[in-house]
Write a protein that binds this ligand. Structure first.
Ligand code: HEC
Ligand code: HEC
Ligand code: HEC
Ligand code: HEC
Ligand code: HEC
Length: 322
């Protein structure tokens, strides 16, 4: 059942509430260190705002690699999902329209939470004087995330994975639950809140999702990878996004050889798809060069395959004696 507080949140109403007598919220005293977001949500939801500011959703428009691949944001078809109008207006599953204002905020609070009446959707069923809320059981489901993430096959892979039947699978892995008050103010109870960092390709997430084992065997180096906790391929996303598994053979500080294995969606290029599938175990083997004393194995993540290696994010690194 939807509960709609029956007035529309407008700036005027908000101004009146702030000036008014009874209020159950409180604007936090020092806000200098808070990210400014459209709708000033940070003034009452500082934790969500801080976490979101670290997320890739916040970076979706300003992202250098997005600028590179979209011809400096001039390809119109590329823009809507990276700076969308609220997705609740067209509805989950419909590609959003590009918004006119504050595009640098990328996918912000309003993009996900606000509906056509200016009310904010969630699943908690809270009521507040601060703004209208709507309890929406579909909020935070795979269908919501699929609105933008479905075009790269992430959702198809998800549905075939062992988590695929969970309607909240994406948020259960990407928005961990914490019990805490969800807004500033006296006497607000702790609630089931979700961390808004949307961690994806980070070392912590990768190492939780993919078990790595490096060992020499019969004159060869074996790198074993097992996808144990990823509900889609590694990597996932547009074909620009690649992962490289690198083995650097060393004698002291001297590099004797470097071998790289690409995990990428190359279907459009040569028909191959070398991404690691959910649940897959893979062994990468390399001959060990004469005289090698140790091997440094790294997993590199690039948001644009054209980036040089030193601009890649290191998701994993280990050094093994040979
Ligand atoms: C003036 C303070 C204030 C501002 C500004 C504010 N909120 Fe809220 N919001 C609250 C309070 C208070 C609650 C309810 C807290 C509770 O009952 O635990 C709430 C609840 C919510 C909920 C939970 C809905 C549910 O029941 O599941 C969402 C989502 C939300 N706000 C989003 C936003 C967004 C997005 C913005 C900015 C566009 C925003 N809020 C701005 C005070 C504010
Ligand atoms: C990509 C979409 C997305 C963006 C962007 C986003 N949220 Fe959320 N938000 C969610 C989801 C999903 C939930 C959890 C719904 C559930 O399962 O209860 C949520 C929950 C909340 C809640 C309820 C309490 C909690 O923390 O779970 C508040 C308040 C909230 N968001 C505020 C914000 C604010 C403020 C911003 C911007 C700084 C923001 N959200 C940005 C998707 C988003
Ligand atoms: C309005 C479109 C849109 C919606 C809705 C959306 N996302 Fe995203 N998401 C994006 C875009 C675009 C990026 C890439 C941002 C960038 O890096 O430029 C992204 C990035 C991410 C990342 C980080 C990837 C990385 O590189 O680390 C995660 C995790 C993620 N989204 C999870 C979710 C989840 C979970 C939901 C549903 C609650 C969701 N998204 C809803 C558009 C969306
Ligand atoms: C069982 C846990 C799990 C589930 C379910 C899951 N993910 Fe992930 N996801 C991960 C892990 C772990 C990573 C980090 C490894 C990686 O980079 O692929 C990740 C990475 C990502 C990334 C960054 C990918 C990249 O390579 O740059 C995005 C975007 C993402 N997930 C979106 C989603 C969406 C959307 C859903 C729901 C359809 C979802 N995830 C379901 C665990 C999960
Ligand atoms: C339907 C929504 C949608 C459209 C349209 C879209 N993207 Fe994205 N984009 C996403 C999502 C979702 C992600 C996050 C995927 C992931 O990491 O798994 C993303 C991630 C990216 C990334 C990697 C993250 C980053 O910031 O570097 C690049 C590059 C990118 N998109 C470029 C483009 C280009 C170029 C176009 C047009 C050809 C485009 N996108 C059109 C939704 C979209």
């Amino acid at each position: 059942m939807n509960t709609v507080v029956n007035w529309t949140a407008s700036l005027l109403a908000l101004g009146m509430m702030l000036a008014g007598a009874s209020r159950s919220y409180e604007v936090s005293p020092s806000q200098d260190d808070l990210p400014k977001v459209r709708g000033d949500c940070q003034s009452c939801h500082p934790k969500e705002a801080r976490d979101w500011a670290e997320s890739r959703h916040a970076a979706a428009w300003e992202s250098e690699t997005f600028a590179q691949t979209s011809r400096n944001r001039s390809l119109r078809m590329c823009l809507p999902c990276h700076a969308p109008e609220p997705i609740l207006v067209k509805g989950f599953g419909e590609h959003p329209d590009l918004r006119a204002e504050e595009r640098t905020h990328g996918i912000d609070c309003i993009s996900c939470h606000q509906d056509a009446n200016g009310a904010y959707h969630g699943t908690l069923g809270t009521k507040t004087d601060a703004h209208a809320t709507v309890k929406n059981e579909k909020f935070g489901t795979v269908d919501m995330c699929a609105t933008c993430h479905e075009i790269f096959g992430t959702v198809d892979w998800y549905k075939q994975s062992e988590w695929g039947k969970d309607p909240n699978g994406c948020v259960n892995c990407h928005m961990p639950v914490v019990e805490r008050p969800i807004a500033t103010g006296e006497g607000l109870p702790p609630r089931k809140a979700r961390i808004h960092k949307f961690e994806g390709a980070t070392p912590e997430m990768f190492q939780k999702g993919v078990k790595m084992e490096v060992a020499p065997r019969d004159g060869q180096l074996q790198i074993k990878m097992e996808s144990v906790y990823v509900g889609h391929t590694v990597p996932t996303g547009p074909e620009y996004v690649v992962v490289i598994v690198e083995a650097q053979f060393l004698k002291g500080e001297q590099e004797l050889a470097k071998r790289q294995t690409l995990l990428a969606d190359n279907v459009a290029i040569d028909g191959s798809d070398t991404r690691l599938k959910p649940g897959e175990r893979r062994v990468i083997r390399h001959p060990i060069p004469e005289g090698a004393e140790q091997v440094r194995v790294r997993v590199l993540h690039k948001r644009n395959r054209d980036l040089p290696d030193d601009k890649a994010r290191v998701l994993y690194e280990s050094t093994t004696a040979l």
